[in-house]
Design a protein around this ligand. Sequence first.
Ligand code: SAH
Length: 235
Amino acid sequence: MAAGRLTDTYGGYRSRLVEELRRNGIRDLAVLRAFGETPRHLFVPEALCRQAYEDTSLPIGRGQTISQPTTQAHYMQALALQGRERVLEIGTGSGYQAALLSLVVQQVVSVERVPELAERAREALEKAEVTAVMVVVGDGTLGWAPESPYDAILVAAASPTVPEPLKRQLAEGGRLILPLEASSVPPEARGTQPKAGRQVLVRVTRHGDKFYAEALRDAQFVPLIGRHGFAPEEA
Ligand code: SAH
């Protein structure tokens, strides 16, 4: 997928979405460019095609959603990506976030627990001519050791705690970003008292064996289900 190669009729909608992201505080030019060049309509169910470029989350089947573009853009901006990174995404969902990442960094590994969603995401990525993404099926709370360490890890589902395997698979100076249940955000990173059931987007940075957590903003994500996340019956 390269600039100028998109020959669909959605160009105007993409430009409008990019303007909206700018208004919502997105300044990272590589991130804005990725939104301008990624065909989101290929990642949503056909019946929702006409809403594909609205700044909203949309259902993608199996009770899951493609996140709101503004949320995904803030996520990527918070990772301060420079272009040469290897990135791990947990929760492939539609594959759209992985496609965006592939335009900003060198390599993307994305883990999805629902095989059917992973398969659909692979198909959409192929249609969008995205090649730098490897989609694997598994429990993302275990990370994906074969390609580790990662310069950045992005978790697209809310967890009760930071999964230990993800911390271990982070490179020196690496950043991990994930929505946490507010009650498990360390008080020093939290600021104000959390409300029950609230989620907070947290950035964890690795320095040697130390991990620094900062709370960034409120979040609203589906649960991360797995060995180091929620049990299926809790979700
Ligand atoms: N980034 C996605 C949206 C993700 S929605 C997009 O751009 O469309 C969250 C996804 O996380 C869902 O598809 C859900 O099935 C998946 N998920 C939940 N727990 C998981 C786990 N332990 N490992 C991998 N994927 C998980």
